[in-house]
Design a binder for this molecule. Structure first.
Ligand code: ZN
Ligand code: ZN
Length: 442
């Protein structure tokens, strides 16, 4: 008996110490590599910043990404979901498949920032000539993930699993009439072959100081849906309203009714929500009551139950108010983007990794965001964590930083090393946790 127990005990001891040593060795290698890659990543980022491309048109960006991954010896698939690039790095040891995602698209915004690599790019957006700018910071995501790929490729033989690098087009939405973004990449199989077990992504944030990381367990960024309501009444002379069914008065009542959804139906202490009517059209002149009024709006929710409730209430309110006036309401709601929902157990497991690279004092929970992010589509399929990386210059009051999607949007490059360390460490730690689990199970 002793002869059997002893080697097993020894083996377990040596396994547990080698796990710990292996990870800490990889971690220090990651840190060293990330520092060494900073200048390269900054140069890539400046190149992408100066040459932004709109959603589904990221041809040159994708080419540069694919060329870099090939140099690293990573298996590359191109044209996944239009211009998407997927890199597959098989580690030397068996283990889970971890995906890392960066979005590549710029926006139709004219840059006003005074930097030597400011964008002068122009293009066409939905038939209109536009200036193009990386006004959401996706240039930094691409550069950081290219750097992360270089780090992880350098430790390929020691990796306990497979890394899938997803360089995604059109996060901001595809041009009219086109599919795109995360949803299209998923449709084309990005999460299969090999099947992804977990996914991580970051967003640079112009309102978070460099060196800081913010995250939120559960609903982090809101779902985004569009709604259209057509109120149909009966036209008449404006001086004889009694012979009309006035869609303008009815539409006004509907708008006020919609405002009771968030104030009276949503569980506001648990989960915020927004209902906005952003557009209303009806009538051609002052003394004609028109036949119809059309309105368009947006719905934001941080919980899918609340999202569904809002959809149902919009239809109910519009239809019943219209009916009470003798009019009709046609309601259509288009689901655009789900809730960016950070899997709670996975988030809890991975936060120590982020604290390890940034320092505990630099990692904090953020308020939920009512903007949307199409990373949510991946999280509908596999557990994922999406977090925010500081991109605001140190010491500058946040009130003076320009918001995302504006001509003055500016990112301090000092946060890129932390971005690489975070992404690479999430991979290594996730693999470690899940390999240990499976060998214990066996
Ligand atoms: Zn954006
Ligand atoms: Zn963005």
């Amino acid at each position: 008996m002793k002869k059997i127990i002893l080697p097993v005990a020894l083996l377990m001891f040596s396994l547990s110490t080698s796990f710990g040593q292996n990870t800490s060795l990889l971690k220090s290698k990651i840190a060293q590599k990330a520092e060494g890659l900073e200048a390269k990543v900054v140069a890539w980022r400046r190149d992408f910043h100066q040459n932004p491309e709109l959603g589904n048109r990221e041809f040159k960006t994708a080419e540069k990404v694919a060329a870099h991954l090939r140099v690293l010896g990573i298996e590359v698939k191109t044209s996944v979901g239009k211009t998407g690039v997927v890199g597959i790095l098989k580690g030397g040891k068996p283990g889970p498949v971890v995906a890392l995602r960066a979005d590549m698209d710029g926006l139709p915004v004219k840059e006003r920032v005074n930097i030597p690599f400011a964008s002068k790019a122009t293009g066409e957006y939905n038939g209109q000539p536009v200036s193009i700018m990386h006004a959401c910071g996706h240039d930094t995501h691409v550069a950081i993930l290219m750097g992360t790929a270089e780090i992880l490729a350098s430790m390929k033989s020691e990796l306990k699993g497979t890394v899938k690098f997803i360089f995604q087009p059109a996060e901001e939405g595809a041009p009219e009439g086109e599919e795109g973004g995360a949803a299209l990449m998923i449709k084309e199989g990005v999460l299969e072959n090999p099947k992804v077990d977990a996914i991580f992504g970051l967003h640079i944030n112009a309102q978070t100081e460099i060196g800081k990381i913010k995250y939120r367990p559960g609903g982090t960024m809101a779902s985004s849906d569009w709604f259209k309501i057509k109120i149909k009444g009966k036209q008449s002379h404006g001086a004889y309203p009694w012979s009309s069914i006035d869609p303008i008065v009815t539409a006004s009542q509907v708008i006020m009714g919609l405002q009771t959804i968030v104030s009276r139906n949503a569980p506001v202490t648990e989960s915020a929500a927004v209902v906005t009517v952003g557009q209303i059209n009806g009538g051609v002149r002052s003394n004609i009551i028109p036949e119809e009024v059309n309105m368009n709006g947006t719905i934001r929710a941080l919980d899918t139950g609340v999202q569904d409730m809002i959809h149902a209430r919009i239809s109910q309110i519009a239809t019943n108010i219209a009916e009470s006036a003798g009019a009709t309401a046609e309601v259509s709601i288009t689901r655009m983007c789900p809730v960016t929902y950070n899997d709670i157990p996975l988030t809890e497991k991975m936060v120590p990794t982020l604290e390890g690279v940034a320092g505990k004092e630099n990692v904090s929970i953020t308020a939920a965001v009512t903007g949307a992010e199409d990373f949510a589509f991946y999280q509908q399929k596999v557990p994922g964590v999406f977090f925010f990386l500081g991109g605001a210059p140190k010491g500058k009051p946040i009130s003076e930083t320009a918001p995302h999607h504006t001509p003055d949007f500016y990112i301090d490059e000092g946060g890129f090393v932390l971005g690489m360390k975070s992404m690479a460490s999430l991979v290594v730690d996730y693999m470690e946790m899940n390999t240990v689990k499976s060998s214990v199970g066996k």
